[in-house]
Design a protein around this ligand. Sequence first.
Ligand code: NAP
Length: 312
Amino acid sequence: MSDQLVTAQNFLAHPEVLTTASPPVRLAVLGDPVAHSRSPAMHNAALAALGLEFRYVAIHASAEEFPTVVQTMARAGWIGANVTIPHKYAAATVCSTVEPYAKMVGAVNTLVFESGEISGFNTDGPGLVRAIREEFYVDLRDLRVLLLGAGGGAGRAIACQCALEACERLVLVNRTFEKARALAQELAPRFRSDRLLGPSDRCLAIPWETNALREQIAQSDLIINATSIGMKRTDPPALTGNLLTPNLLIYDTVYSTARTRLLEEAQSVGARGANGLSMLLHQGALSFEIWFNRSAPLEAMRKVLLAPSPAA
Ligand code: NAP
């Protein structure tokens, strides 16, 4: 076990070991699995860059252990925590307050502990907004977005962010169509405005079929892949080049591979593409800002993310 990975069992047996360590551990990411998480390295680099004498670890917690771990942290004066798969939904239920965007998504990825109280935030969507601006020099709200994988956790977070931003147009695509349709119904009222297009033209779901995709891609500026296709090097491209055009921006939320097959297809037609590392960076930076109420040292964090992953 690395010094950055702790089991919930060990933590709960002796919580004081971490808080009395030097420097004291006051931040963590909670997940199952969590050993692969890049968050400890990214946040420890940020803490070091700012001379903040705290440490950040990964805590492997099962669904049964998760609430007790969080409550123990809150009582023991921890600063906060990140939450990853599969606890983001449970995290929303252990908080005394949940900010509106996290409430809308129904999932929390950032916890803040203050005077024994637990507050919940979600930085995935706001992190994507910053990533899109950084990668493509455009604002999400000005774009017509086609979202692949709208039925997954990341897809829902991104779709809700697009709705909050009231982006020009949002087309939801998912292998299991019913999930995309339900989400489109939920979000369409947020697209009501005096713009030329009505809410049902500005927010809709389509099945994952070539003709429907081709028709909607022709009316899109940005394609976001929020499916898990591309996480394995052997995965096919989420979309093939014959559906893509040079004017498109392609953002692949997958960050385990520098260039997914989708990004290779984008490049082959001359479209601009970026992988999910910038979203990972900015969601982490936003968590850091919430905990410390100051800007995160982005370049120190980015350097860690760009270094080859030990798991790779
Ligand atoms: P999830 O909840 O399990 O959702 C997976 C999604 O992928 C679902 O929409 C699923 O469709 C779809 N999918 C899976 N296999 C597919 C296939 N063969 N063909 C078409 N669709 C398929 O997972 P998640 O947590 O949302 O993660 C999804 C992706 O987001 C991952 O690649 C992850 O790396 C990325 N992510 C990135 C960041 C970042 O910071 N960059 C943060 C979070 C997540 P069905 O609904 O039909 O099953």
